[in-house]
Design a binder for this molecule. Structure first.
Ligand code: ADP
Length: 297
């Protein structure tokens, strides 16, 4: 079983020829309300990829809360640990221009009220094989969650997606088993622009690291000396939103099933390649049979 302790945001996406400048009003072409947030995305990706998943986090008592819960539940994610707190849910206000450029305002809302896991939530993490973390919750809460498995024999492996990029406190790094940044986050964390150099620097911080490289695939390294490069599956990408979250969710599934690093990378790359061929975040994540078919084909 996989626990995800993370954010749920409603993505409010407006499609427009050109984003408005300050003081300007423009008419958009289309508007969509899409459940997202890195935590919820990773939970849905892992559930679709075949794992039992529990989501731990919070939504507001506004109109978006039930929609966010329903999106998780529809994917088969256990939402018993999804709290409702007074005030607005997290939202990401996204403007997508015709050329594909986007600008995003994330307002954390209920995500900002999440505190370190206690009681039943801590028990859920303690029972898990993997714990997926990202950085869209308060850092103190993320650090507290990362330490729960350490008190348990054969505790969950802790997998961190360090996004949005932020300085990582030592108390967090000491509890992380595997870090999965994209190349920009890896550069921000290490000060090394070359992803291979960044990978080496990350291994000075945590035992295992994956640096995702978009259409160029992903690098893996471990302190035991293993180094791998998995090429991306060549596909025509229509929307790369949440490719990284799909990758992280699927990677966790493969690892909890006992896959070694090479097989886990291949599985995650296949899942992410399927997701970039479809629009949206949670809407684009593949089911297990699709991933298996791509890997067999
Ligand atoms: P993020 O979404 O976090 O920025 P990346 O862009 O690095 O992360 O993508 C994560 C993974 O998704 C890549 O390692 C790759 O496996 C897959 N991926 C991303 N873009 C493409 C693409 N254009 N074609 C095939 N696979 C892709």
């Amino acid at each position: 079983m996989i626990s995800v302790f993370g954010s749920a945001n409603m993505d409010l996406v407006a499609y427009v020829a050109q984003a408005p400048r300050p003081g300007e009003t423009v008419t958009g072409r289309e508007f969509r309300t899409i459940p997202g947030g890195k935590g919820a995305n990773q939970a849905i990706a892992a559930a679709r990829a075949g794992a039992g998943v529990a989501f731990l986090g919070a939504v507001g008592d506004d109109a978006f809360g039930p929609g966010l819960r329903a999106a998780l539940a529809e994917a088969g994610v256990d939402t018993a640990g999804l709290r409702v707190v007074p005030g607005p849910s997290g939202v990401a206000h996204i403007v997508v221009e015709d050329g594909g450029d986007n600008s995003i305002i994330v307002v954390p809302g209920a995500n900002g009220a999440v505190t370190g896991p206690a009681g039943r939530d801590a028990e859920t993490i303690a029972r898990s094989d993997a714990l997926l973390l990202q950085l869209e919750l308060p850092m103190d809460a993320v650090v507290a969650a990362a330490h729960v498995p350490r008190g348990v024999s054969s505790g969950a492996e802790v997998i961190l997606t360090p996004a949005p990029a932020a300085p990582l406190p030592a108390e967090l790094l000491e509890a992380v088993d595997l870090i999965v940044p994209n190349e920009h986050e890896a550069a921000a964390l290490t000060g090394r622009d070359d992803p291979r150099d960044a990978l080496e620097a990350l291994l000075g911080l945590v035992p295992e690291a994956v640096v995702t490289l978009g259409a160029r695939g992903a690098l893996y390294g471990s302190r035991d000396g293993t180094r791998l490069h998995e090429a991306a599956v060549p596909v025509r990408a229509v929307d790369t939103t949440a490719a990284g979250d799909t990758f992280a969710g699927a990677l966790a599934v493969a690892r909890t099933e006992g896959a070694g690093p090479a097989r886990a990378l291949r599985f995650a790359s296949a899942a992410a390649a399927l997701s970039v061929q479809r629009e949206g975040a949670s809407t684009s994540m593949p089911h297990r049979h699709e991933i298996d078919r791509l890997l067999e084909g």
